[in-house]
Ligand binder design. Structure first.
Ligand SMILES: [Zn+2]
Ligand SMILES: [Zn+2]
Length: 246
């Protein structure tokens, strides 16, 4: 039986509406704050039950707080997602149709790329094949900035990738559209976009950067867990959550 929603749940939901996405530590902190404010019982291992109660009330609104994993830092995150649409038409209240066409093309470029990234040049070039309104260079750049600001894309040195929020919210869409092209991480078995790839042409497994960091930690010589070839990439540092690294 699900618990009744009280003011602490409503305050948590309001925060999620403002933030869109929070990491696990931030979610635990918010949970604590919301319970403190309304003097309700806060049990640290009951965060998921607390969120289930909110989700049961969000269901008729086709919204959900969904838990997902970030390939950027290897942390669990909670995102408030829209579950009404299976397609990115869910964004139609914020973006014009021709803008969504470009966003779909950007998702496709990122999904089919080896590195899980698309350069601004690639995205600009893809506008040539658009059958809807043609976007000018400045319009495309403006749109990409908006998609970054709205937390759909992330940008580093002119390379765009899917944000954690986008992966959590769009995963059903991406799985339906690109089932053939998708690759899974050999370690955690989640979809892998940004990752390292085994250079043995008969192997080519992918491993997320945070999974690489954890898997090769304390190994004297990094070898591919599938084919045992030498792993030639730089081993990233294990990411420390902000709240713990202080
Ligand atoms: Zn992984
Ligand atoms: Zn290999």
């Amino acid at each position: 039986m699900s618990q009744q929603m009280d003011n602490s749940h409503r305050k948590f939901l309001q925060s999620m509406m403002t933030n869109g996405i929070v990491d696990e530590q931030r979610a635990a902190m918010l949970y604590q704050q919301c319970c403190d404010t309304y003097k309700t019982k806060c049990l640290p291992d009951k965060l998921n039950d607390f969120i289930d109660t909110i989700n049961s009330k969000l269901q008729p609104l086709f919204m959900q707080i969904r838990k997902g994993w970030s390939e950027e830092d290897g942390q669990q995150h909670y995102a408030l997602v829209n579950v009404a649409e299976t397609d990115i038409s869910r964004m139609s209240s914020d973006y014009a149709d021709y803008e969504l066409v470009l966003f779909r093309k950007t998702i496709e470029l990122i999904v089919v790329s080896e590195t899980g990234q698309a350069s601004s040049t690639d995205i600009l070039n893809s506008t040539d094949t658009m059958t809807t309104k043609k976007l000018k260079k400045s319009e495309t750049e403006h749109l990409l900035n908006r998609l970054v600001r709205d937390k759909w894309l992330t940008e580093k040195r002119g390379e765009y990738s899917l944000s954690t929020r986008c992966v959590i919210e769009m995963e059903p869409y991406i799985r339906t559209m690109y089932q053939e092209q998708l690759k899974m991480c050999h370690i955690c078995h989640n979809i892998a976009f940004q990752c390292q790839i085994c250079e043995n042409p008969t192997c080519c497994i992918k491993i997320h950067n945070p999974c690489v960091a954890r898997y090769f930690k304390n190994k004297s010589e990094p070898r591919c867990p599938a084919c045992d070839d030498f792993w030639p990439h730089e081993i990233p540092e294990i990411h420390q959550p902000l709240s713990q690294s202080k």
